[in-house]
Design a protein around this ligand. Structure first.
Ligand code: 26V
Length: 822
C-alpha cells in the first residue's frame, strides 16, 4: 500500500525515478533502450500529473462540499505556455525531478525543451488569462477557467525571404499529457433555425427554439496548480463534436454525405483560433465559437450549482462570472435564455440574477477592435438571442429615454443596437449593461475608457467602474525563465518575494553595492550569452553579448510602432556610415512578434525590419557596432528565453493606444530598463521605479489628441528633420530592398501622408531618449543600479496583486485553503 502510494505521489528523487520508469513501461510501453525523447517527456509528465491529481481531487471535493463562492473566468483565449517546468516549480520538485531524470541517464532540460506549448491565444489578453489562473490557484481562490480547446492554436511564424509565412499549429500531434478528457461531461449547443411562441396551459407565454444544427461540447480539463499550496484549480476547455451517434445523424439528415458534412460542420467550431488581435472580422464561425463555449460553460455552472441542491435564484451567490473582453459577452443573453426558457423564471427575476452574475473587463480602446455583429447574421445564428437582446434593449431604452429625454445622441450611443445602412449588435454595450462591474486594465486605460468608448456608460452608472491594473506571474516570468536571477535575489532577501512580490523592495539597499552590482550584471551577461547562442543557432547570426540588447517583442501592430524603432536603427546606421570612426555604444536590436495573416501593413513592417537587418548585419563598417535580429515565432517559449537577456525594453506605443501591456512588466522584472511613452501601465511602472530610472519620451495621450485636433501634418516633420528625411528616403528609394521601390511604398506613403500613430511626431524625442540610453549604458555601475532599482520596485505588477484586487473589490471571494488527507 505504502509502495503504491509512493510511486504515484512521492516527491523524493527515488520515488520520482521509480515513477518515471514505471510510466515509461506501463504508459508508453517502452524500455530505456528504445524510448524516444518524447517517450521520456511523456513519462516524466505523467509522473508529475500523478502528483498533481491528488491535490486536484482534494480541491474539487472541497469546493463541491463546502458552500464556497467560485470565480468563473470566461475567456476565448488562454496562452498558457509549456506546462512541465511550471508544474515542477509550483510543486516544488524541480531539483528532485532533475536529479531523477539524470540518474536515468537523461537531461531534464532536454525534455522540457521537447514540449510543444499550447498556443491557445493571440497575445496580451490570452496571456493575462493564464497569469490570472496561476495567481488564483496560488492565492487559494476557488476558480474555474472556461474556454475553447482549439485543435490549432496561434499559427507558427516562419520568415522566408524576409517575409512572414504562416504554418498551422498542430500542437496536439504528440499527445497532451496535461489534459483529462471528460467524455461524460458534455452539453448540447443549438445553432440557427427559428423560434416558436406559444402559451402553455397556465397561460404563460413560452418560447421554443427549433435549431437547424446541434453541436456537442465535450470537456477537457487541465489542472492549474498554485505555487507552494495544494490548491489546484481547473481549466475546462470545450471541444466541439457531432452529437449522438453517427447513424442518428445519417438517419435524420437523410443521407450519408449530409451526415459526414454535419460532422465536419460541428467539429469545425473548435478547430482553429482566430489569429486577429485588435481587428474585428465579423465572421460567422467566430460568433459560433463564442456562443459555443459560453453556452457549454453556463450549462456546466448551472449544473454544478443545482446538483449542490441550491436554488436557481442563488446562482449569483455561488458563481461570479468574469468576461475577458466582450468575446464571451453573449453569456448575458444566454443566461437569460436558460433562466427564462429552461428554468421558467420571470423576466425581472432572470434579469436580476444575470446582472448580479457578470463582470466585464475591457482590454482595448481601439475602435476597430470593438466587437460588433451584423444583426442579420446574428439572427441567423442565434435567433432566440436576437429576440432576447431586442427585449433587453427595449426595456433599457424605455428607462434611458426618460432619463436622457431629448438627448438623441446619448440614447443612440447607449442602445445595444447600432443603426446605419446595416443594423448591428454592440457587444461592449451588452457586456456593460449585463454586468455589475466594469474595469479597465491600467489606470490610464480606465480613465480613457470613462472619457471615450464607455463614456455614456460611465455617466449612467459610475459606481460600476473601477481600475484593475494588470500583473504577471513571477513564477513563470522570473523563477522559471530566469533561475539565475532568482537564485541571486533569493540569496540576498530570501524566497518570500516569489509569493509576495513587494518583498523585492529589500533589494533597494543593495542597489549601490559594488559586489552585488557585479553579480547582477554577471547574471545578465550569462543570459545574453545564452540568447546569443540561440540566435546563432536559429538565424546563423553572430551577436555580441557585450552590446546593449535592445528588445522590442510583442504582436506586430502599427500602434505599437515597431517602425519608430526601425527608424532609430536606420539613424544609427547612417551615423556610422557618415562617420565610420564614431564612438558608439554597440547595440543588438532584437525584434519578435507575429502579424495577423491578413494585416498587410504589419507584414510589410516585418519585411522592413528583416531588410534593414540584411544591410546592417552584412556591412563591414557597421556590423561590429549594430546588429538587427528578427527572432521568428514569438510565443511563450521564446519569450521566456528573450526577457532575461534584455537590457532595454521598448514600450513605445502611441500614447492612449496600449491598454496596459504586460511585456513591459516582464521585461522590467528581469532587469531591463524601459524606454517608453506615457501609455498603458508604463505610466504606473514609471511611477513605481522612479522617473530617473525610466527613459521617457514622446507626446502624452492629451497631446496626441491635441495634435490630431489641430490637424496633424506628418510631411512637415519629414521635411524639417534631415535625419528623419534621410531614413524615409532610403526606405522609399529601395536602399534596403535591392532598389525595389515597390516593397515599402504603402508603408512610406502611409507614414508621410497619414501617420495615424504619430511616428514622425515622436521621432526626434525618441532619438534623444535613445541617445540618453546609450550614454547611461556606458556607465556600467549606474546601469546596474538602475536595473536593480527597477526590479526592487516592481512588486505592484505581480498578478497576485491584481487578482487580490479583483477578489476584494469585484468578486467578493475569499481564499479556501485545501487540505490533503493522507
Ligand atoms: C480582438 C479580436 C477581434 C476579433 C478576432 C479575434 C480577436 C482577438 C482578440 C481581440 C482583442 C485583443 C485585445 C487585447 O489583446 N488587448 C490587450 O490586452 C492586454 C491584457 O489586458 C493588454 O495588456 C494590452 O495592452 C491589450 O492590447
Amino acid at each position: 500500500n505504502i509502495l503504491i502510494e509512493d510511486a504515484r505521489t512521492g516527491l523524493s528523487v527515488e520515488a520520482l525515478k521509480r515513477a518515471i520508469s514505471n510510466n515509461l513501461f506501463y504508459v508508453q510501453g517502452k524500455f530505456p533502450e528504445i524510448a524516444t525523447r518524447n517517450d521520456y517527456y511523456m513519462a516524466v509528465s505523467y509522473a508529475v500529473r500523478d502528483r498533481i491529481l491528488k491535490r486536484w481531487v482534494a480541491s474539487v471535493k472541497q469546493y463541491l462540499d463546502g458552500k464556497h463562492r467560485v470565480v468563473s473566468y470566461l475567456s476565448a483565449e488562454y496562452l498558457l505556455g509549456p506546462h512541465l517546468a511550471n508544474n515542477l516549480i509550483n510543486l516544488g520538485i524541480y531539483k528532485e525531478t532533475g536529479q531523477a531524470v539524470k540518474e536515468l541517464g537523461k537531461e531534464l532540460e532536454w525534455l522540457i525543451d521537447k514540449e510543444i506549448e499550447p498556443g491557445l491565444g493571440n497575445g496580451g489578453l490570452g496571456r493575462l488569462a493564464a497569469c490570472y489562473m496561476d495567481s488564483l490557484a496560488t492565492l487559494e481562490v476557488p476558480a474555474i477557467g472556461y474556454g475553447i480547446r482549439y485543435q490549432f492554436g496561434i499559427f507558427e511564424q516562419d520568415i522566408r525571404d524576409g517575409w512572414q509565412v504562416e504554418d498551422t499549429d498542430n500542437w496536439l500531434r504528440r499527445g497532451n499529457p496535461w489534459e483529462i478528457e471528460r467524455r461524460e461531461l458534455n452539453y448540447e449547443v443549438k445553432f440557427g433555425g427559428h423560434v416558436q411562441h406559444y402559451t402553455d396551459n397556465n397561460g404563460k407565454f413560452c418560447s421554443n427554439w427549433i435549431p437547424d444544427l446541434v453541436v456537442k461540447g465535450v470537456a477537457y480539463d487541465t489542472p492549474i496548480l498554485g505555487y507552494d499550496v495544494n490548491t489546484t484549480n481547473t481549466l475546462r476547455l470545450w471541444k466541439s463534436e457531432a452529437p449522438k451517434s453517427f447513424d442518428f445523424q445519417l438517419f435524420n439528415a437523410g443521407g450519408y454525405n449530409d451526415a459526414v458534412r454535419q460532422k465536419i460542420v460541428c467539429e469545425n467550431i473548435s478547430k482553429v483560433l482566430y489569429p486577429n488581435d485588435e481587428q474585428e472580422e465579423g465572421k460567422i464561425l467566430r460568433l459560433q465559437q463564442q456562443y459555443f463555449f459560453v453556452s457549454c460553460s453556463l450549462q456546466d455552472m448551472l449544473g454544478i450549482h443545482l446538483r449542490q441542491g441550491d436554488k436557481i435564484q442563488d446562482f449569483y451567490k455561488k458563481f461570479v462570472v468574469q468576461l475577458n473582453d466582450t468575446h464571451p459577452a453573449i453569456g448575458v443573453a444566454e443566461l437569460m435564455r436558460l433562466l427564462l426558457d429552461k428554468y421558467q423564471l420571470e423576466w425581472e427575476e432572470a434579469w436580476d440574477i444575470t446582472t448580479k452574475t457578470f463582470a466585464y473587463t475591457n482590454h482595448t480602446l481601439l475602435p476597430e477592435a470593438l466587437e460588433k455583429w451584423d444583426l442579420e447574421l446574428f439572427g441567423r445564428v442565434l435567433p432566440r438571442h436576437l429576440e432576447l437582446i431586442y427585449e433587453i434593449n427595449r426595456r433599457f431604452m424605455d428607462k434611458v429615454t426618460v432619463k436622457f429625454y431629448g438627448d438623441h445622441h446619448k440614447i443612440a450611443s447607449l442602445s445595444l443596437i447600432g443603426e446605419g445602412p446595416k443594423k448591428y449588435i454592440k457587444m461592449a454595450n451588452l457586456a456593460s449593461l449585463g454586468s455589475f462591474a466594469i474595469n479597465g486594465v491600467a489606470a490610464l486605460h480606465t480613465e480613457l475608457l470613462k472619457k471615450t468608448v464607455l463614456k455614456d456608460w460611465y455617466e449612467l452608472s459610475p459606481e460600476k467602474f473601477s481600475n484593475k491594473t494588470n500583473g504577471v506571474t513571477p513564477r513563470r516570468w522570473m523563477v522559471l525563465s530566469n533561475p539565475e536571477l532568482t537564485a541571486l535575489i533569493s540569496d540576498k532577501i530570501g524566497e518570500g518575494w516569489i509569493k509576495n512580490l513587494d518583498e523585492l523592495r529589500g533589494l533597494e539597499k543593495f542597489a549601490q553595492d559594488q559586489d552585488f552590482q557585479k553579480a547582477w550584471m554577471d547574471v545578465k551577461h550569462q543570459q545574453k550569452v545564452s540568447l546569443s547562442k540561440k540566435i546563432l543557432q536559429r538565424l546563423r547570426l553572430r551577436v555580441d553579448a557585450d552590446s546593449l540588447f535592445d528588445v522590442h517583442v510583442k504582436r506586430m501592430h502599427e500602434y505599437k510602432r515597431q517602425v519608430l524603432n526601425a527608424l532609430h536603427v536606420i539613424t544609427l546606421y547612417n551615423r556610422i556610415k557618415h562617420n565610420p570612426d564614431i564612438d558608439m555604444v554597440p547595440r543588438t536590436v532584437i525584434f519578435a512578434g507575429k502579424a495577423a495573416p491578413g494585416y498587410k501593413m504589419a507584414k510589410q513592417i516585418i519585411k522592413l525590419i528583416t531588410s534593414i537587418g540584411e544591410i546592417v548585419n552584412n556591412d563591414p563598417d557597421v556590423r561590429d557596432r549594430l546588429k538587427v535580429v528578427f527572432y521568428p515565432n514569438y510565443n511563450v517559449t521564446n519569450a521566456q528565453k528573450i526577457y532575461p537577456a534584455a537590457d532595454l525594453s521598448e514600450q513605445i506605443s502611441t500614447a492612449g493606444k496600449e491598454a496596459s501591456g504586460t511585456g513591459n512588466m516582464k521585461l522590467s522584472l528581469n532587469g531591463a530598463l524601459t524606454i517608453g511613452t506615457l501609455d498603458g501601465a508604463n505610466v504606473e511602472i514609471r511611477e513605481c521605479v522612479g522617473e530617473e530610472n525610466f527613459f521617457l519620451f514622446g507626446l502624452n495621450a492629451d497631446e496626441v489628441e491635441e495634435v490630431r485636433v489641430n490637424g496633424y501634418d506628418p510631411y512637415s516633420y519629414y521635411n524639417d528633420n534631415p535625419d528623419l528625411k534621410l531614413a524615409l528616403d532610403q526606405i522609399n528609394d529601395g536602399y534596403f530592398s535591392h532598389l525595389n521601390t515597390d516593397t515599402f511604398k504603402t508603408l512610406v506613403r502611409s507614414l508621410m501622408f497619414d501617420d495615424q500613430y504619430l511616428v514622425l511626431a515622436d521621432y526626434q524625442s525618441y532619438i534623444d531618449a535613445q541617445d540618453k540610453v546609450a550614454e547611461t549604458f556606458r556607465d556600467k555601475s549606474k546601469w546596474a543600479e538602475m536595473s536593480i532599482l527597477n526590479v526592487a520596485r516592481m512588486g505592484k505588477f505581480s498578478s497576485d496583486r491584481s487578482i487580490k484586487d479583483y477578489c476584494d473589490e469585484i468578486w467578493k471571494v475569499k481564499p479556501v485553503p485545501v487540505k490533503l488527507k493522507n
